[in-house]
Design a protein around this ligand. Structure first.
Ligand code: DGI
Ligand code: FE
Ligand code: FE
Ligand code: FE
Length: 187
């Protein structure tokens, strides 16, 4: 299973994206050990999280259209987040993944969403803190990830929102709901 996925990934995403994926797998496995998540589920979700991040955004959009995953208006205006939903669809169609938690972890790895499962949080943060990521505030989020997962998730969502506002990008409602839910829950 893992071998088949790895070979297929190399045929569909760039070497750089593949290397990023392997770093995400490694970080997510550490997080899974820390918080008691299933290692096999974690590995599959991490391996597949960017499986639809093809080099061409047009190809991502066209494939998503073809497979019927453009179910929300936001996807037509926001090309960055389509690969997450499309990745979940490919996980079903190409790899016969049926585990809802794995599929949701892939689908929401870019935006997050309200009331995320442990696996969803692990994939989101693992993607966020893998060793090659560099930006202001990342060290605090990296350290917190292994001590207080919710706090690190909140800081990551805040940083994403700041970034998106700064760049005058559209913001998915899931990103906002993810943040508000975490804040209210931890008040
Ligand atoms: O695929 P990766 O690069 O590993 O990471 P990712 O899937 O978290 O994607 C990060 C990109 O997605 C980054 O450019 C910011 C963007 N993004 C995340 N949430 C939103 C978003 N872009 C918009 N426009 N709106 C969002 O809510
Ligand atoms: Fe991604
Ligand atoms: Fe991410
Ligand atoms: Fe990623």
């Amino acid at each position: 299973m893992i071998k088949v996925i790895k070979r297929d990934l190399l045929n569909n995403i760039s070497k750089d994206r593949y290397d990023h994926t392997l770093r995400v797998v490694e970080v997510c496995e550490k997080l899974a050990r820390t918080y008691g998540e299933d290692l096999e589920k974690t590995k599959i979700a991490a391996l597949l999280h960017d499986s639809a991040k093809f080099s061409s955004k047009e190809k991502v959009f066209e494939t998503a259209k073809l497979l019927g995953v453009l179910d929300d208006e936001i996807y037509f205006y926001n090309k960055e987040i389509i690969h997450a939903s499309l990745g979940a669809k490919l996980a079903i169609d190409k790899y016969n993944i049926t585990d809802k938690d794995i599929l949701n972890s892939i689908k929401y790895h870019t935006t997050g969403r309200k009331d995320m499962s442990l696996l969803e949080k692990i994939i989101f943060i693992g993607d966020y803190i893998e060793p090659s990521r560099e930006f202001k505030g990342i060290e605090e989020i990296r350290n917190l990830a292994f001590k207080d997962l919710d706090r690190s998730l909140l800081l990551a969502l805040n940083a994403n929102l700041k970034f998106l506002l700064e760049k005058e990008k559209l913001i998915s409602k899931d990103t906002i709901e993810a943040r508000n839910y975490l804040m209210i829950q931890n008040l």
